[in-house]
Write a protein that binds this ligand. Sequence first.
Ligand SMILES: [Zn+2]
Length: 86
Amino acid sequence: MKESAKCQSCGMPLKKPEDRGTEKNLENSPMYCKHCYQEGEFIHKEITLEDMRTRVKQKCVEMGIPRWLAGLLTRNMHKLERWKPQ
Ligand SMILES: [Zn+2]
């Protein structure tokens, strides 16, 4: 599988291997970050797109990113693999 440059659940950039989550075999996930995905499963299984958007925006603001920019960064979240209609 091709490695994604950003988490396909929250949109976080996956610059370093250690930013990635893990698959069942503990190899790095090609798709998801460590905050979303561990050992082959989503950490927040029941989370909705809107909840994820809110969480990521909060995280951005905590990291000092202005609210308007956080809004821009999460605007296209619905296009990520996890949120695409099956
Ligand atoms: Zn993520």
